[in-house]
Design a protein around this ligand. Structure first.
Ligand SMILES: Nc1ncnc2c1ncn2[C@@H]1O[C@@H]2COP(=O)(O)O[C@H]2[C@H]1O
Length: 238
């Protein structure tokens, strides 16, 4: 998504794609725009702010913490995504914290502007429902994985979700760039050592290949089979 300082616009967000250029201009001008540095907290779990955040550039981790202080990443949001909608909708405290994982440029929308848009524009409301449906599906999948998969298999399942088809080579999938080990560990509720081991042990067979910052899935079907067969094996032992 293009985000020159001169062009602070919400045009590229699919949530708002039904709005006319005039409407986008008006909504954009009513947002506050801020750049967050890598590692900077954007909002804290349980805080009472209600703004909605639109990521123009960068990436944001949605995180929660256990009583013992262990960090669990619920999702990573990238340019074109938004977050912070729950408090605007239900007026409850923030359900999770949000931290910039890279330098991020963000439009901050006041809650009444957001809820007016959702109430007035059925298309915006429907896009929001689609997004909430996606969060429910992903959360359900993660709960299943936590209950039925061992740590290494959760790592493979996460890699399968992160991978995109490689534009240059049909059939090849790539995680571009591979996030730091601690981020994958936080997403899969395991340790960075386990993530490292799980990935490294598929190098000799050629199923995974590291090139620079990217990780190539050389045979996606085979990796899916590994996750499924170990899932069946794990369940069978119960
Ligand atoms: N399980 C989840 N998956 C993806 N995003 C989430 C999840 N839980 C919370 N969030 C986001 O994190 C935000 C924290 O502030 P809110 O509760 O206002 O809105 C929340 C959602 O946008």
């Amino acid at each position: 998504m293009n985000s020159n300082a001169a062009e602070k616009s919400l045009r590229g967000f699919s949530l708002l794609r039904c709005l006319s250029d005039e409407e986008i201009k008006s909504v954009s001008s009513r947002c506050r725009w801020r750049t967050y540095n890598r590692g900077e907290t954007i909002l804290d779990k349980d805080s009472t702010s209600r703004d909605v955040f639109f990521i123009l550039r960068g990436a944001v981790a949605i995180v929660s913490f256990s009583g013992a202080g262990r960090e669990v990443t619920l999702a990573t949001r990238k340019a074109g995504d938004f977050f912070g909608e729950l408090a605007a909708i239900d007026e409850k405290p923030r359900s999770a914290s949000a931290t910039a994982v890279e330098k991020s440029e963000i439009a901050i929308m006041a809650p009444d502007i957001f809820t007016d848009l959702v109430r007035d524009r059925a298309d915006v409301g429907f896009m929001l429902l689609q997004r909430l449906a996606d969060v429910i599906r992903t959360s359900g999948l993660r709960i299943m994985e936590l209950s039925t998969l061992q740590a290494a298999q959760r790592v493979y399942a996460e890699l399968l979700r992160m991978a995109q088809p490689d534009v240059a080579v049909p059939g090849l999938w790539v995680v571009r760039p591979l996030p730091p080990m601690h981020e994958i560990a936080s997403l899969t509720s395991t340790t960075r050592e386990t993530v490292n081991r799980a990935i490294s042990q598929l190098y000799p067979s050629g199923l995974l290949k590291r090139k620079g910052r990217n990780l190539f899935l050389m045979d996606r079907g085979k990796l899916e089979e590994i996750v499924q067969s170990l899932q069946a094996h794990h369940n069978g032992r119960k």
